[in-house]
Design a protein around this ligand. Structure first.
Ligand SMILES: C[S@@+](CC[C@H](N)C(=O)[O-])C[C@H]1O[C@@H](n2cnc3c(N)ncnc32)[C@H](O)[C@@H]1O
Length: 192
């Protein structure tokens, strides 16, 4: 089983997803990679539709995976850049994207999400969080890896909270996932 499979396992049962799934609603996966997470969410919730935004090479891989998972008919694909985050979704997902980038680019990506999000929409950010108390975590090793290999980094929850605030969003809370990952829940600031 791929590491991402374990990390993603609890996400279809996240309260934001289960609440959205009570009615027809759209989950927008920004830089959704091969579609594994979106496929899990759509498979668990037959009322949900998905939109996956990715670079051209990744969109084709995602289309194959989501077709094979039997949810291709409920999914739209957008080829583009972070500036092309589709408007009008109910839940936005940003999984393992921000750790690829420095703070300035993260603010930019989050602003694109905030601009696209309707007032009622939720944003779920999946990342490993550096522990506030220095306790052992896989996030520490990943921090070094991201810094050396892609110029990104892992961050503490309060660091993500600041980036979200700078982008016009507000951190509502976060909960743990397998493999020292977390899911952070944010909404547009001032819209609660
Ligand atoms: C680490 S992967 C995460 C993929 C997926 N969200 C996951 O959790 O498995 C980061 C993704 O960002 C996408 N990406 C990189 N630059 C992008 C850009 N400018 N616009 C949209 N997506 C981009 C890459 O194609 C890649 O699939």
């Amino acid at each position: 089983m791929a590491a991402s499979s374990r990390m993603f396992q609890p996400l279809p049962a996240h309260p934001v997803i289960t609440a959205a799934a009570q009615a027809p609603a759209t989950v927008v996966d920004v830089a959704g990679g091969n579609g594994e997470l979106l496929g899990r969410i759509l498979t668990a919730h037959p009322h949900l539709r998905g939109v996956l935004l990715e670079r051209p090479h990744a969109v084709e891989a995602a289309r194959s995976l989501l077709d094979a998972a039997g949810c291709g008919a409920r999914c739209e694909y957008r080829t583009g850049d972070f500036a092309d985050v589709p408007r009008g979704g109910d839940v936005y997902v940003l999984s393992r994207v921000l750790h690829d980038w420095d703070d300035d680019r993260c603010r930019e990506i989050l602003r694109h999400c905030a601009r696209a999000m309707p007032v009622h929409a939720d944003l779920l950010v999946v990342e490993r969080l550096l522990p506030a108390n220095g306790s052992p975590s896989l996030a520490t090793a990943w921090d070094l890896h991201m810094l050396c290999n892609v110029g990104g980094r892992e961050r503490r929850a309060d660091h993500y909270a600041r980036l979200l605030t700078d982008a016009g969003l507000q951190l509502i809370g976060h909960s743990p996932l397998p493999l020292d990952a977390h899911v952070l829940h944010a909404r547009r600031a001032g819209d609660q």
